[in-house]
Design a protein around this ligand. Structure first.
Ligand code: 0L1
Ligand code: MG
Length: 261
């Protein structure tokens, strides 16, 4: 069991790695018995540190929501983390100097119109509670060397949250078949990846429901106005200086950004 006094310094180490743009060795190299629960507790400390620094959580995010990724990581449940205000990029420019080794993936974000409290929330209930959906390009940037981590490590590292580009138009989900929404992710005019909303647990609303159910184990619930990034529809692709990245979602619009030093 991880000693009580280690949670804060381990979280601080990951905060420092992000701020100094310097990757660190995964925590489980030193603490091989770190558990999933302890990973989430370090994440809680990390969130507390950032809030003490004046940052605000603007969204929750789900990760490992595709069967392929869960199998690769040998996990049976997705993971969740937080997205902070300073991570929301509004000018269409991703600055590599602020990051370690960023990758981009295409997602759909949900904005709730009413509270959602588990356990037992279904995808249909999550959809009914959704006011709007909006396309999102998420930037993940593990603070660990070469993206090498185990499940507790990535939980402690706030699920690699780094930046997000959100679509400018909100869309009502009524009548939309979000599982059938097609997405292409292009870099410099070449389609690098594509997929459909169904890549996310069969339907992205299932991801919101699962998050509500996972949070309920901790006595938490999703609230009206919360934004949830539901998980990658495409894989995550590394970025280089000069890249022009374009995501296009059927019926939801597109997002473009450039990568600079
Ligand atoms: O957003 C996500 O899919 C979570 C990613 C966490 C793991 C990674 O860094 O690949
Ligand atoms: Mg993601």
């Amino acid at each position: 069991m991880l000693a009580e006094e280690l949670y804060r310094p381990l979280a601080q180490k990951l905060v420092d790695a992000e701020m100094n743009r310097r990757e660190v060795v995964r925590l489980t190299a030193e603490y091989p018995d770190l558990t999933v629960e302890e990973g989430y507790r370090i994440q809680d400390e990390l969130i507390a540190i950032k809030q003490e620094q004046g940052h605000r959580v603007i969204a929750l995010k789900m990760g490992f929501t595709s069967q392929a990724k869960m199998k690769q990581m040998n996990v049976h449940e997705p993971i969740y983390g937080s997205v902070f205000d300073y991570m929301n990029v509004e000018d269409g420019v991703l600055h590599l100097d602020e990051l370690i080794h960023p990758k981009v993936e295409a997602e759909i974000a949900f904005i709730l119109g009413s509270d959602l409290e588990g356990p037992g929330v279904t995808g249909a209930q999550a959809l009914a509670a959704t006011a709007y959906v909006v396309p999102a390009l998420e930037i993940i940037d593990s603070r660990y060397e070469n993206f090498h981590f185990t499940l507790p490590d990535v939980l402690a590292d706030n699920t690699s949250s780094s930046r997000v580009f959100l679509g400018s138009a909100l869309h009502r989900p009524d009548g939309m078949e979000l599982d059938l929404v097609g997405v292409t992710l292009s870099i410099n005019g070449q389609v690098k990846d594509l997929g459909a909303g169904a890549a996310v647990l069969g339907h992205p609303a299932h991801s919101v429901a699962m998050l509500a159910n996972m949070l309920s184990r901790k006595g938490r619930k999703l609230r009206k106005g919360d934004m949830i990034l539901t998980g990658g529809i495409t894989g995550a692709h590394p970025l280089s200086e000069g890249d022009v990245v374009t995501g296009m979602w059927g019926g939801l619009g597109s997002i473009q950004f450039v990568v600079t030093r």
